[in-house]
Design a protein around this ligand. Structure first.
Ligand SMILES: [Fe+2]
Length: 130
């Protein structure tokens, strides 16, 4: 779905769930960062301004959910977030295609996913999303 260069090792789940509250805090931090990036992009990609604001609001809602979630609630929480998060990926790719040539977007996506794969291959896993 995301076109990542590496598959998540199933043993990551055990490591991630070793400290559910740390995982929730890390994910909440990422949601806050995503909202901030949307707001930053609003000033750069005016044609997508309204849609970026909608996604920023959703990301802040996710931040609030994750910040308030308790250990033991992860299954339902992630089930609830799954569809929205998958939609965000498609949204950002579509906005990129609206603003830059298709080949440039594909090249940049390849650079980013390659860098991500290299980082993931060289970090110690922990109770975090990345
Ligand atoms: Fe999100």
């Amino acid at each position: 779905m995301l076109g990542l260069k590496t598959k998540t090792d199933p043993s990551w789940v055990e490591v991630a769930l070793s400290d559910e509250l740390a995982l929730l805090r890390d994910h909440a931090h990422l949601e806050r960062k995503a909202a901030g990036h949307c707001i930053t992009l609003m000033g750069q990609l005016e044609r997508a301004e309204t849609r970026l604001l909608e996604v920023a609001r959703e990301e802040l809602e996710h931040f609030e959910l994750l910040s308030q979630a308790a250990s033991g609630e992860l299954g339902q929480l992630y089930e609830d977030l799954k569809e929205s998060e998958a939609g965000h990926h498609a949204f950002f790719i579509s906005v990129a295609y609206e603003h830059w040539p298709r080949e440039q977007v594909k090249k940049r996506w390849d650079e980013l996913t390659t860098a991500e794969a290299e980082i993931l291959a060289n970090i110690e896993w922990g109770p975090r999303i990345h």
